[in-house]
Design a protein around this ligand. Structure first.
Ligand code: GUN
Ligand code: FE
Length: 456
């Protein structure tokens, strides 16, 4: 057993734990013991048979140990590396157009309403609750251009106990809906206000992200200012890149001095080891090399890529270039807010690539599981803190039960843990996620909703 003694022991679980490591896409710990300390970190991981020694070490009585059933297991919380919180308001509709028309017709008009804090409170509460129930313990959110509504999303994330990276969206160029844009000065000043006010709140699990919407929404001047803000404060950065052919063509025209779409961001200091860029379907090998060199990550959003007919990401090629990669729902370009859906689409796309090219080595279920957990934590540069059940990391975990009474599908069959995981990944849904923990705190089922009312 390995252990650390950061704080007093709070909880001990005994049962099956399934997670990934950098070396093993799937590691199954049967009859394991896992202790969580008072600050929500994993204090020890050992074998069930080491129970006596471990609990004596920590002065924990065996009666207090929580035993998982034979049809249950723990897995790491899911990491959604790209999701638009305001777009949850129209998720599941309007996927009949390619990206740029879709933005103009649905997205910008919808997002422009989020100056209304009552609307923001309603939608943001729904999206945080829904994604937590779906098992998303960490979400990397785009909000809108509105600073106060973006701060409200941070507050709601904090109240419900989700780990969040939240960005106030920046755009000083919007020909398709001019009233939904800012001047460069506003965008810069409001980004600074957002960061300062959020950091002052000292929410333990919520961090600001510098968020230029994408190259087409920003002038070079604004991109440069945002790069400088991120650098000065050592902040995360998120945006979109190379999602759709029309977008790629327009970026070339708008930034003729840049060598590539990736270079547009790179020359404005927006590619760092804390950057995550969504999509990347049309990146060249050279551009992927630049991602690798800078430590920037990609977020693969297959539901969105299919729904908006944007393109196909060759995940195998991204991995070959050793670019950090996570998965994203990209609500509402992706219609599902569930990372289970994202994993299934990731596997589907990769299997289709395998049928089209016999030399293409399709992803496995195990690899997709790793991308949705450890991969996401790496993409967000949080793999020192979350992503698997290593001692010292925060306990972000899903308690999965494949035998839920009256669940939509009865997944139970007495079999190997790997089969339980496989059944859950392919056929399960939020009914099977019976408890969700973030930093050791049980956040699902929700506590008394009256305690969770978000104050104005
Ligand atoms: N590119 C710029 N904005 C967006 C957005 O909101 N969604 C998606 N999928 N792509 C974008
Ligand atoms: Fe997106």
């Amino acid at each position: 057993a390995t252990s650390s003694r950061a704080g007093g022991l709070e909880r001990v679980f005994r049962g099956t734990f399934i997670h990934s490591t950098p070396d093993a896409a799937l590691q199954i710990l049967e009859d394991a013991l896992l202790g969580v300390d008072s600050v929500g970190k994993i204090a020890f991981v050992g074998k069930g048979t080491e129970l006596d020694a471990l609990t004596q070490d920590f002065g924990f009585s065996p009666a207090e140990i929580l035993h998982l059933g034979p049809h249950e297991f723990f897995m790491p919380g899911l990491v959604d590396t790209h999701i638009h919180a305001p777009q949850y308001s129209y998720a599941g509709t309007g996927l009949d157009m390619p990206l740029l028309e879709w933005l103009k017709t649905y997205t910008f008009p919808a997002e422009s309403c989020f100056h209304d804090l009552d609307l923001a409170r309603r939608v943001y509460t729904q999206v945080v609750r829904r994604t937590l129930k779906n098992g998303t313990t960490t979400a990397c959110y785009f909000a809108t251009i509105h600073t106060d509504a973006s701060l409200l999303l941070c507050q709601i994330t904090d109240v419900f106990g989700q780990r969040g990276l939240v960005g106030k969206v920046c755009m000083d160029r919007n020909d398709s809906l001019p009233r939904y844009s800012e001047t460069s000065q506003e965008s810069q000043a409001e980004t600074c206000r957002f960061i300062e006010e959020l950091l002052n709140k000292q929410y333990p699990l919520v961090k600001p992200v510098v968020t230029p919407r994408f190259a087409l929404s920003c002038t070079g001047a604004l991109l440069g200012q945002l790069g400088a803000i991120a650098k000065k404060n050592n902040l995360h950065i998120q945006s979109h890149i190379s999602e759709n052919p029309e977008e790629v063509k327009l970026v070339k025209e708008l930034f003729p001095e840049a060598e590539s779409y990736t270079d547009v961001y790179h020359r404005h200091n927006l590619l760092t080891d804390k950057t995550v860029m969504a999509h990347g379907c049309y990146l060249t090998d050279q551009e992927l090399d630049l991602f690798h060199e800078t430590g920037a990550a990609l977020s693969h959003c297959p539901n969105s890529n299919i729904s908006l007919r944007s393109g196909v990401l060759n995940v195998r090629n991204v991995l070959r270039h050793k670019v950090k990669l996570g998965l994203g729902t990209d609500v509402a370009g992706g219609y599902s807010s569930s990372m289970l859906d994202t994993m299934r689409r990731t596997l589907d796309v990769s299997k289709i690539l395998g049928t089209l090219d016999p030399d293409y080595h399709s992803l496995t279920m195990e690899e997709v599981f790793r991308l949705a957990t450890l991969g996401g934590s790496q993409a967000l540069s949080m793999d020192q803190q979350i992503g698997n059940f290593e001692v010292g990391k925060d306990f972000d975990a899903l308690r999965v039960n494949v035998k839920v009474p009256d669940g939509p599908v009865d997944l139970f069959q007495r079999d190997q843990p790997k089969v339980l995981l496989e059944k859950f990944l392919n056929l399960g849904d939020d009914w099977n996620i019976v408890e969700v923990f973030v930093a050791g705190r049980k956040v699902v089922p929700f506590s008394d909703p009256s305690n969770l009312a978000v104050q104005s």
